[in-house]
Design a protein around this ligand. Sequence first.
Ligand code: HEC
Length: 106
Amino acid sequence: MMKRFALVMTLCLATSASAEQVADVWKAKCKSCHGEDGKAQTKMGQKESIVDLTQPAWQKAQTDADIREVIADGSPRNTRMKAFKDRLTPQQIDALVGYIRTMKAK
Ligand code: HEC
């Protein structure tokens, strides 16, 4: 019984911590190319014509699995978008997918 309680507590803590940390991961690892807001108004964004991640049409065309795959394995179209699977945990990658979803323009 205590064991189960401890597990639930650990899961709760892990979830709330990752919600706060995902913004930091974005700032540390993604912002330099994609911009703080995901619109890619950066030097690299312009040079490589990086898609505006806030666009509703782009958001609609991607499944969570698509976004996850690009972050984990990199883009097959542009090697500037590197594979992050060795640098981020699966939980961090999932959190980033959720974070990108929150960027969608209204
Ligand atoms: C060195 C620059 C750079 C960094 C850092 C970078 N990206 Fe990218 N990203 C790109 C480029 C360039 C593309 C465009 C790839 C393409 O056209 O296929 C891209 C595309 C994407 C796409 C859209 C792919 C598509 O299907 O259109 C997503 C989602 C994405 N990046 C997420 C991230 C996340 C999350 C991070 C941080 C963990 C990150 N990127 C870090 C350069 C970068």
